[in-house]
Ligand binder design. Structure first.
Ligand SMILES: Cc1cc2nc3c(=O)[nH]c(=O)nc-3n(C[C@H](O)[C@H](O)[C@H](O)COP(=O)(O)OP(=O)(O)OC[C@H]3O[C@@H](n4cnc5c(N)ncnc54)[C@H](O)[C@@H]3O)c2cc1C
Length: 344
């Protein structure tokens, strides 16, 4: 059984399956309900049921007093729909409303995806969740209090673990440790989410998503979310790397393009080497491939993430090719060691 859910005051609508937590259903449709613990104890997800019937399969949540429940208040993280519903929820409309948290995390898995790229998944404490928008990043706080920024590579609907894609920086303090010494189950401290690099709600324009190297991480999160939301705007995904071996989730990008007619995947190699002699695809700088394919960028939204040199070169030429500044969104992977925290 599927129920229709309307949200006030945003007028958003979505569906929830029988026995699906209402918060999970909202996030699955890209509707930014506020939330914290996802276990009924923190109260961040509280809202009101204006019409219809809900139930709590695991009993009334701790965050909800009996009298609040009687007044129609509800904790949507542990509630399920029993009929079509109209809810009152203050959805998150900007990152200012997303709580930045400092959390201990455990390295759940380490998987080498390419010669210099490691996928790391981080397990959050059992009672904690990190609300974020697809495209945002976290900072890892090292013992000397310096921080390293890494984009979250998974969409927010799947937030039990955080997935990161780390490029090995020769001589880099953190990534040398990750590639040479770190073992699964290692403990780290993170703070986040940060950043305003996420898909803007207001536009219906086709999307050009550009990833340089591990800039694929936030772009992957965005695309996963667009797919979950059934957003069928045309998407042109460009992924620029040096050689074919660096297309570390080529399989996934190809699968997206194969399964969704509106998604187009264009990998671009900048340094063809002896292993790439069979390469039939695009070559050169990734932003130049975009410029060639789109003589005018005026009617597109462009999102790009990756090394500063790529982002800077692309910005300038895209604006010259008609892209309005307000349709350009980017995350530049600056590599100067970020400032130390004020924590002691
Ligand atoms: C918002 C944001 C998101 C980011 N997301 C990602 C991500 O998802 N994946 C990812 O791999 N990286 C990402 N980065 C870049 C990442 O934070 C840095 O590469 C990080 O500092 C590496 O840490 P380290 O301790 O290994 O190197 P450090 O000890 O910080 O650096 C050692 C030396 O290497 C240089 N250096 C550091 N990083 C690089 C680099 N990337 N390229 C060239 N020289 C470098 C430094 O200038 C320094 O001289 C992101 C950066 C920002 C600002």
């Amino acid at each position: 059984m599927t129920y229709q859910i309307k949200v006030q005051p945003s007028n958003h609508t979505f569906t929830a399956e029988e026995n699906e937590f209402i918060l999970d259903a909202a996030l699955r449709h890209g509707i930014a309900f506020p939330y914290g613990c996802r276990s009924g104890s923190c109260g961040t997800c509280l809202g009101k049921v204006l019409s219809g019937e809900i139930a709590y399969p695991d009993g009334l949540p701790v965050a909800l007093m009996e009298h609040e429940h009687e007044q129609g208040k509800a904790a949507f993280c542990t509630a399920v729909a029993k009929s079509d519903l109209t809810l009152e929820v203050q959805e998150i409309s900007s990152t200012d409303e997303i709580e930045v948290k400092t959390l201990p995390v455990r390295v759940a898995s380490l998987r080498k995806l390419a010669r210099d790229v490691m996928e790391m998944t981080l397990q959050l404490p059992e009672s904690e969740r990190l609300a974020f928008r697809a495209g945002q990043y976290i900072e890892i706080i090292l013992r000397d209090k310096t921080r390293r920024a890494f984009s979250i590579a998974n969409s927010p609907s799947n937030d039990e673990v955080l997935e990161l894609h780390l490029r090995h920086v020769k001589g880099g303090k953190f990534t040398e440790y990750v590639f040479n010494e770190m073992k699964e189950k290692a403990l780290l401290r993170i703070e986040g989410p940060f950043g305003s690099f996420f898909i803007q709600d207001k536009s219906n324009r086709p999307l050009i998503l550009i990833a340089g190297g591990t800039g694929f991480a936030p772009i992957k999160a965005m695309l996963e979310q667009l797919i979950e939301e059934n957003d069928t705007r045309p998407v042109y995904l460009y992924w620029g790397v040096r050689s074919e071996a660096d297309l570390y989730r080529d399989d996934l990008a190809k699968k997206w393009a194969f399964q969704h007619k509106h998604i187009h995947y264009i990998p671009v190699l900048s340094e063809i080497d002896e292993n790439d002699t069979d390469w039939q695809g695009r070559t050169g700088f990734v932003h130049e491939a975009v410029l060639k394919d789109f003589p005018s960028l005026a009617d597109y939204d462009v999102y790009m993430a990756g090394p500063p040199v790529m982002v800077n070169a692309a910005k300038e030429s895209f604006l010259q090719q008609g892209l309005p500044q307000e349709q350009l969104f980017s995350d530049s992977f600056e590599f100067s060691t970020p400032a130390t925290t004020s924590e002691t």
